[in-house]
Design a protein around this ligand. Structure first.
Ligand SMILES: Nc1ncnc2c1ncn2[C@@H]1O[C@H](COP(=O)(O)OP(=O)(O)OP(=O)(O)O)[C@@H](O)[C@H]1O
Length: 248
């Protein structure tokens, strides 16, 4: 699955004639592992929500396999491209009910073995499936939401700070699972992800490319090692230094 972003622009909702971001041009190719980096409020989440057709945009075109998003049924698009939010939304009911949501929505059989494998991989293997999802901790909900998204068998995952509430052990488990996931295929089609993170160690570990947003633009789009060794822009240098100094 190949996605192309052709000059996507989004205006600020509160200021006429001003842009949240402008003319974002990029592509997501099979097997891409992209870390989307940038300061707070750049519109990274908004961009991912746009790419999963959860939000409109003002200018430009998004294409999947050469067809514009306007030619796709949103449900068909979202079956291939799944956005995983930072704040998980649980359906009221049990863990089992939440896991079965996907098959209910798509009218297919519930793939229990797959669900158990993913739950195990995110260290929720011992969870009681009869427990109310609302009673899980924030980090547990975050992992359950990821498993639910994986059950959709997407080809492109758009991950929005999905380990922000996790302890280091669970965070590593999620990273390992997603690295395995992206190396496998969905019905013969290669997978890819775009992963928003503020954790530079994580970006290094999970990505082979970086998209860096600043000043309302996609300022850098480069191979991960090159981005960290010698960022091309002053903005990226300041951004990396700022995070590193914040950690000391
Ligand atoms: N049209 C718009 N759509 C969405 N957000 C907008 C818009 N116009 C202005 N904003 C503001 O821009 C910011 C965009 O937030 P968004 O979550 O997309 O950024 P982000 O880069 O993901 O930030 P963070 O790293 O803090 O999560 C918010 O402060 C929001 O209020």
């Amino acid at each position: 699955m190949q996605m192309q972003l052709k000059n996507i622009s989004k205006s600020k909702f509160d200021v006429q004639g001003e842009w949240l971001f402008r003319e974002i041009a990029a592509e997501i190719r099979p097997n891409d592992r992209i870390a989307l980096l940038g300061g707070s409020g750049q519109g990274k989440s908004t961009l991912l929500r746009i790419l999963s057709l959860l939000e409109p945009f003002d200018h430009g075109t998004v294409l999947m396999d050469g067809r514009s998003s306007t030619e796709w049924m949103p449900q068909s698009w979202r079956k291939k491209v799944t956005y995983v939010a930072q704040k998980p939304i649980m359906r009221s009911g049990s863990i089992a009910f939440n896991l079965q949501t996907v098959s209910m929505l798509h009218g297919g059989p519930f793939e229990e073995e797959l669900a158990r494998r993913y739950m195990e991989a995110v260290e929720l293997g011992r969870a009681d499936w009869n427990k109310q999802a609302a009673d899980l901790s924030g980090g547990e909900q975050q992992r359950l939401a990821l498993v639910r998204s994986l059950m959709l068998r997407p080809e492109i995952l758009l991950l929005d700070e999905i380990t922000s509430s996790l302890d280091p052990g669970s965070k590593q488990a999620v990273e390992k699972l997603l690295l395995e996931w992206v190396s496998e295929a969905t019905n013969g089609a290669a997978r890819s992800y775009v992963w928003i993170t503020h954790d530079l160690e994580q970006a290094r570990a999970v990505s082979n490319q970086v998209w860096f947003m600043a000043e309302g633009c996609l300022l850098e789009r480069t191979e991960t090692a090159a981005f960290f060794q010698s960022p091309a822009t002053e903005q990226a240098r300041v951004f990396i230094r700022g995070i590193q100094e914040g950690k000391r």
